[in-house]
Structures are given as C-alpha cells and as structure tokens.
Design a protein around this ligand. Structure first.
Ligand code: SAJ
Length: 420
C-alpha cells in the first residue's frame, strides 16, 4: 500500500544525476508517493524524462517511469531545488593516475548548498574512494559555514553514504530486493537514510559508518574482478594445455566451496573495471592482488587479438564478423567495453580485413569506430553469411540462439563459451 505523503519520512526528495542509477532510484522513491525532483546537467535527458521516456536500455523500467511522470510524482530539471532529502548519484570518473576525479560531486555539493535550511539529509550514492563522503560534507560546509554536522541542532545537516549495488539489466528487481549498506558520517544520518530506503527497499538495511560503507562497495566489485581475473587466467592456461576451460570451471564449481566466474574478452563497464582502483589509490602498497587482477583482466583483450591474428595468419581478403560491442550481455552500455577496444584494434592492426560489427542494442556504429573504412555495422544474418572468422565477444541473447552449425566453415572464436 502506498504510504500517505504525511507518513513519508521525506515529502520532497531531490535526486542529482539521472543516469543508470539515479533515474531508477528517483522513480522508485516517486512510486512511494513522495515528490521527487530529478536534477541533471544534460538538458536532452531532462526533456526525455519529462516526456516519460527512459534515455537508456533497462528491461521493465519504462512503464514505471511513465507512470510516476504522468502522475506528477517525478519531474526533472537542470537546477537544484529545495528538498527535505538529497541523493547524489553523479559519475566518479578517475584521473590518469586512477585517483578519483571529484568534480561532479563538488559541483553537486556547491549547487545544493545554497538550498539548505537545516535538518536535511544528503546521501552520496556514487561509488567513491574511502572518505569521499566526508569530503562532500566538507564541500557543503565550506559553502555554508553557518551549517553543522553536529546532530540535533537547528542548522544541522545529515550526511550519509549508501552505495548502489544493482546489476544493470536487473535493476527493477535488485533496486527493491538487494540488501543495502548505509554509512552515516554521524549515527543519526545513517538512521535517517535508513528511513528513506525503507520506503521502497525490501532488502535488509545494514548500518555502519560512511568510510566502511564506501569500502564495502569497492570490496564487492574488487572481489568480482579478482574472481574474473582467475577465470581469465585459467582460460589462457587451458588453451595452452588444450583443455576446455568452460568444462573445467563447471567441474570445479561442483565443489561445495568453489564458485569461479566466467572468462571472457576482458572486464568492462564503469564499475568492476574502475572501482578496484579506488582501493589501490588509497592503499597502493597493500593491494598487489587487486592490482594484478586489474592487469590480468586488462590484458585479456590482447590475448583475444592474438587468437584472431593466429586464425587469420596466411589468409587474405578476410571478412571478420565481430558479434557484440556492449560491455556485457543485453544492455546498450559501451563504457570501458573490452569488446569495443578489440574491434578498434582489429580495425587498425588488420586494416586489410573487412569488419562487420553486429550489435543489436545500438542503431549506429559507435563513434570510436566511424573513422575506419573497413568497419561497418551489419545485421546478424549478413555478417554470419559473409564471415571467414566469427568473433563472438558478447553473449547477447540474440547470439546464444544461433546454431553454430549454421556458420558454415567460418573459423569461430567464442570468447564467452556460448557455442560449446
Ligand atoms: N564478466 C566476466 N565474467 C563474469 C561476469 C562478468 O567477464 O563471470 C564481465 C562482464 O562481461 C563485464 C564486466 O565483467 O564486462 C562487469 O559485468 P558484471 O555483470 O560483472 O557487473 P556490472 O559492472 O554490470 O555490475 C557490477 C555489479 N557488482 C557485483 O556484482 C559485485 C553490480 O551489482 C554493481 O551494482 C555494479 O557493478 C556497480 O554499479 O558497481
């Protein structure tokens, strides 16, 4: 039952940053009956959202967004409004030396500071290095020295960190069901954040301090990165030993205490390939394993390239079908995509070959590939028909449905093990 607005802990909530995490978060809060004002610097995004349309691919999300925009619970704008609670979900890219670039958090803080009246809750959801939430609180206090983090005062503000944990492609389920770690810069801030998440989240709400919450998020993703690195190393060892790595991992995972993830062409996206560096930049001497896992996964595209060159050796006038350039299955996100990197390298290092890119989730060739005459976006059936080499890079469902026998005598390089 949707709680009455007066029963909601925060009548007006502003979500700053309406990307893959911010927008679904805003919609879920709006679906509780709270008034949600989304903020984004991207005017095109704001217009698209105010038409009730989702500016990216996420299964099952458009109906929810359409509903909360239509009933007026959610609207988007480019300026930061007054609100009872703020959720900051802006990007945290890193600089060349893998240190966080806090420019978007700083801008969000400086835009919301003038709107504060005292008593507000400010949550940082962006994945961040240790102590970034405290730094955000300081950005706000620098702009508003009249405010304080001391609890229970007229001019108190409450700052917390609550990292998102949803898996792109499963957001509609995980936004509601996942347990959440909530870290307060002060204990009351954690309690207040718990009240907000309790309005739409059925998972367990686990309270801690802000720095531990930051590290918990980074630890989850670094753990996955290390596990995938182990699988990628196994795949190279298996090639050398002439055994099937997928069978090997399946057999090993029958052990009650073993759960090895899957090898692939590398690790992409803005999370697993990035977040471990936030740990490394905070503890460079103490993180050799995490750094090695990054190196192993960042090295996998090179290995895939060598396999393609091996298959192409001594053959001319080749056509290569590159299946998938998104960073993983069934999404349109190309950020840090190892598959896209591989195709770019093929385009330059095998410039005599024709490269047919098949990506069901995009309508046009990604910008980084438009400069190559030998690269074109192609429909699956044509690419499969013309190919001398079929390079399977992403396990989109459209590709898993292919019967490899229909690929004729093309050389198949299956980096995801879907056609075994
Ligand atoms: N990958 C493999 N083998 C695997 C699993 C993944 O090669 O067995 C590759 C994928 O192809 C992709 C990359 O790793 O290139 C990351 O994909 P993913 O599905 O592992 O994760 P993300 O980046 O989509 O989402 C992760 C999730 N973190 C964990 O599962 C610990 C998600 O819960 C987080 O919310 C998200 O990062 C985030 O935003 O941090």
């Amino acid at each position: 039952m949707t709680p009455k607005t007066q029963d909601l802990p925060f009548a007006t909530v502003s979500v700053i940053g309406l990307g893959y995490i911010g927008l679904p978060t805003a919609a879920f809060i709006a679906s509780t009956g709270a008034r949600v004002i989304g903020v984004d610097v991207n005017e095109r995004f704001v217009e698209t959202i105010n038409r009730g349309e989702v500016p990216f691919v996420e299964p099952g999300f458009s109906a929810m967004l359409e509903g909360v925009v239509a009933n007026g619970s959610l609207s988007a704008q480019t300026t930061t409004p007054e609100a009872d609670a703020y959720i900051v979900a802006v990007p945290t890219p890193f600089k060349d030396n893998h240190e966080v670039d806090d420019k978007f958090i700083r801008a969000a803080s400086e835009n919301l500071a003038p709107q504060l009246r005292g008593g507000e809750l400010i949550i940082l959801e962006s994945t961040s290095p240790p102590r970034m939430t405290e730094r955000m609180a300081q950005f706000i206090l620098n702009a508003r020295p009249d405010l304080t983090l001391d609890e229970g005062k007229e001019n108190s503000i409450y700052v917390a960190h609550c990292p998102e944990r949803v898996l792109p492609g499963r957001i509609m389920i995980e936004m509601r069901d996942n347990d959440r770690v909530i870290g307060g810069v002060t204990p009351k801030a954690a309690e207040m954040a718990k009240d907000l998440y309790a309005t739409f989240c059925d998972g367990e709400l686990l309270l801690t301090d802000a720095t531990t919450a930051e590290m918990a998020k980074l630890t989850e993703n670094a753990f996955r990165d290390v596990n995938i690195a182990f699988a990628n190393e196994l795949s190279i060892i298996s090639d050398r030993l002439g055994i099937d790595v997928w069978e090997l991992i399946e057999l090993a995972n029958h052990h009650p205490r073993v759960n090895i993830l899957k090898p692939g062409p590398g690790v992409g996206g803005h999370c697993i390939a990035v977040d471990p560096w936030f740990i490394v930049s905070s503890a460079p001497e103490e993180s050799p394993l995490i750094q090695q896992a990054r190196a192993t996964n960042d090295g996998k595209p090179e290995y895939v390239l060598s396999k393609v060159k091996e298959a192409a050796a001594g053959r001319d006038n080749l056509t290569i079908a590159a299946l998938g350039v998104a960073f993983k299955a069934d999404i349109d996100d190309l950020r840090e995509s190892p598959s896209l990197d591989i195709v770019e390298r093929l385009a330059t290092e095998m410039s005599d070959a024709r490269i047919h890119v098949v990506e069901p989730n995009v309508d046009e060739l990604p910008k980084s590939l438009t400069g190559y005459e030998n690269v074109q976006l192609a429909p699956l059936d044509q690419a499969a028909k013309d190919a001398d080499i079929v390079l399977l890079l992403v396990d989109h469902h459209q590709f898993t449905e292919i019967d490899p026998a229909t690929l004729g005598d093309a050389t198949v390089i299956d980096t995801r093990g879907i056609w075994r």
